[in-house]
Each structure stands twice: as structure tokens, then as C-alpha cells.
Design a protein around this ligand. Structure first.
Ligand code: SF4
Ligand code: SF4
Length: 385
């Protein structure tokens, strides 16, 4: 196998996976494969898998493309939306470039309006996501939307999405989610065998491996190796490190200045509740369900993102995770101008106080201008713990 096509075996290789993924995507295209660009944890990946599409995450995590985006979008918009749009506008992201279709969902207002503009650059299909999980007709509407997506993909790409294909996609995705969950659950150990930064890079990198079964295996092997080292006495984290749960917005674009600073200030992130962490992997779908589309729909609609109202599932999840991971403090990371999460922060702060958890809310963007100020606040929080 060519070197660049090798699957990751170590933390470092996983963090390189995004870079190496470009070459894998190019190879998939050269061999006649189809690529679907995706942005959100609500994207029903099993449907894309069953259509024979390779799903690749397009979420912008770099400040570099924001000036280009600001030529068309308001400055006062979440950096994730601006960065993602900037990549498409400036043609700087090979994943966007290679996408045969982009799938978006009606989540927050900024994102769904950005998708309209994105549709002028690339073929973009929007799934209408209902935002009230407690209404019975939300489940019905979302299932209908998924059936509509299935028909659209079948017509557009001349493929047939059968129940068998969906069931086997559910099994593969379940295996991958279980492998991720088991890897994350290693951090329940005291001290944890992994730094949060390393763990996050593995989770993020796995999205650029593309072979789902191989990704699950690579994560199982990463888990085994980490555990072996731990049991042999190799402890990368001090037993006195304060155990932090990170929640809030997606953090790929602010990882170093948030998680990195927590971990250089006497803390260790043992649990990521946000997208990219537990929220995306905890719930599985039943591959044997009578109506497999309805089951996939149920699995995704339960995700507790702040765009839902009410969003009790997030509150319940944080409550459980605080116990399961023996948490000392909650850090909520908020991207500037993200209305769903910055408003819901009040609920999370109140929840933290109810369960006796110290809470720190950090509002930031993709620039480096607030690095010093963030360090001061995080260090003070860690000392207080
Ligand atoms: S935070 Fe919400 S809207 Fe953003 S990617 Fe996650 S699920 Fe989607
Ligand atoms: S972080 Fe907030 S504003 Fe940005 S895309 Fe996600 S939900 Fe929307």
C-alpha cells in the first residue's frame, strides 16, 4: 500500500489524517467515486453511505479564509460559518472542490442562509430539520425529509438505496461509533491514559479516513495501545490534573487556545460533550428495526444541539457525563455570534451550579487576538478548582 494511503496507527498519524485525506479523496475521484461534503452532526451519514457516496466534513476551522467570506457575509457571524463559506468562495479547500454534492441542514439561521449562497457555488441540497424534538410530528417530518433525500440521491446519481444497504451502513456506523465511545471512555480512568488534545485529534482525524470499518479498527487498536502503555506505567497525565468536561460549539478551530491552554494550566479534558465528541457517538440505530429509515431518523433527531428548543437532551447528557467521567469543572466554549449556544449558556451555567460544578464560559473566535486574555481566565479557573 502506498505510504499516504496507510491508515493511522498513532495519535500523530490521526492528526495528520486530515492532510493525507486530500490524497485519499483525489484517489476516490480518480476511481470514479462520488463525494458528499457535509457540515453537521445531524447529517444522516448512513444514507450517504448506502448511496455509495463518501462523506467528508467541510466545517471551516481556519481564520485564513474569513476575510474572503466577509466580502459577502456580515462580520458579526460565527467564525465556523464564515470560514466554511470562505473556503468555498476562495476555492482553497480540496474537499469542497471535489464534492459532487453538499448536504446541509436547516440548523442555525446563519448556517442555513449561508447554504443558500453556497448553492450558487456548488450543488447544495438542504434537508429541513425540525427543531422541536418533543413534537410527534417532528419525527414524522424528519423521516419524510430523509425519504426525500434518498429519492434525490437515487435520481441524481442513478443509484438504488435499498433497505439492505441502509441496514449494513447502520451496522458499520454503529461499529465506528462504539469504537469511538470506547476510546473516549478510557478517560474515565483516574488519571486518564490520554491527554484531551490527543484524544480530540484522533476523533477528528477519523473523519478523514473514509473507510468506516478500517476507521473503527484503527480506533480499537489505538485504544488497546494506549491501555497497554498505561498498564505498563506510562502515565502522560498527572493524577492531580483537574478533570474538565468541555461543552458548547464545535471546537476544531479553537482547539489549541482552549483545550491546549486548559491542559497546560493543570487540567485535563476527559470528556468532550460537543460535536466531535460524545454527542455525535453516544446513540446508535437499531439495524433490525422494521422501518430502517424511520430508525435512522429517530437516531439523529435525538441529538441535543442548542438549535433544538427545548434542548433537554443536552442537559440530560451533561448531567450523566459529569458523573461518569468524575468531572471537576465544566468549560463551555462559545464561538462569537453563535446565538443558539451563547443564549443556552445561561441554562448550562445554571445546571452546573445546581449540580455543584464550577463553570467557565469562554467566548472566542478563530483569531489569535484573545489568546492572552483566554490564558489568564483559564489559568484563574484552574487555580480556583
Ligand atoms: S453544533 Fe449543532 S448545528 Fe453545529 S454541527 Fe453540531 S449539531 Fe450541527
Ligand atoms: S457554532 Fe453556532 S452559529 Fe456557528 S454554525 Fe454552529 S450553531 Fe451555528
Amino acid at each position: 500500500m502506498d505510504d499516504y494511503l496507510k491508515l493511522p496507527e498513532t495519535f500523530e498519524e490521526f492528526s495528520e489524517a486530515r492532510k493525507n485525506g486530500f490524497i485519499r479523496v483525489k484517489k476516490i475521484k480518480e476511481e470514479g467515486g462520488l463525494i458528499a461534503g457535509v457540515f453537521c452532526t445531524y447529517t444522516p451519514l448512513e444514507i450517504l453511505d448506502a448511496a455509495g457516496l463518501t462523506a467528508v466534513g467541510l466545517c471551516g476551522m481556519s481564520n485564513e479564509t474569513i476575510p474572503a467570506a466577509e466580502s459577502e457575509l456580515p462580520k458579526n457571524l460565527c467564525p465556523l460559518i464564515k470560514s466554511s463559506y470562505g473556503f468555498a468562495l476562495s476555492d482553497k479547500c480540496p474537499y469542497t472542490y471535489f464534492s459532487d454534492i453538499i448536504i446541509g441542514e436547516t440548523t442555525c439561521d446563519g448556517k442555513k442562509k449561508m447554504y443558500e449562497l453556497l448553492g450558487e457555488i456548488k450543488d447544495t441540497y438542504i434537508i429541513q430539520l425540525p427543531q422541536g424534538q418533543d413534537r410527534a410530528y417532528s419525527a414524522e417530518l424528519w423521516t419524510k425529509e430523509l425519504r426525500r433525500l434518498i429519492r434525490t440521491l437515487e435520481e441524481k446519481f442513478g443509484v438504488e438505496i435499498t433497505d439492505e444497504k441502509l441496514r449494513s451502513a447502520v451496522c458499520l456506523r454503529n461499529d465506528e461509533r462504539k469504537a469511538k465511545t470506547e476510546l473516549m471512555e478510557l478517560s474515565r480512568l483516574q488519571p486518564p491514559p490520554l491527554r484531551g488534545l490527543d484524544l480530540y485529534k484522533v476523533l477528528e482525524g477519523s473523519g478523514f479516513v473514509f473507510d468506516i470499518a478500517a476507521s473503527a479498527e484503527a480506533m480499537q487498536s489505538t485504544k488497546r495501545k494506549a491501555l497497554e502503555k498505561y498498564e505498563a506505567g506510562d502515565r502522560p497525565v498527572s493524577k492531580n490534573a483537574k478533570r474538565i468536561l468541555v461543552t458548547g460549539c464545535p471546537i476544531g478551530g479553537v482547539l489549541e487556545k482552549t483545550v491546549g491552554t486548559i491542559e497546560s494550566s493543570g487540567g485535563v479534558v476527559v470528556c468532550f460533550e460537543n460535536c466531535g465528541g460524545v454527542k455525535a457517538t453516544r446513540e446508535l440505530a437499531d439495524a433490525e428495526a422494521d422501518d430502517i429509515v424511520q430508525e435512522i431518523s429517530r437516531r439523529y433527531l435525538n441529538i441535543g444541539c442548542a438549535i433544538m428548543t427545548p434542548n433537554q437532551n443536552r442537559v440530560n447528557l451533561i448531567r450523566s457525563l459529569v458523573d461518569e467521567y468524575h468531572i471537576d469543572g465544566v468549560v463551555e466554549i462559545l464561538l462569537q455570534a453563535c446565538h443558539p449556544y451563547t443564549v443556552e449558556a445561561h441554562t448550562i451555567r445554571r445546571l452546573s451550579s445546581e449540580i455543584g460544578m464550577p463553570y467557565l464560559g469562554i467566548e472566542t473566535d478563530y483569531s489569535n487576538t484573545d489568546t492572552g486574555q483566554l490564558s489568564t481566565r483559564i489559568e484563574a479557573f484552574m487555580e480556583m478548582l
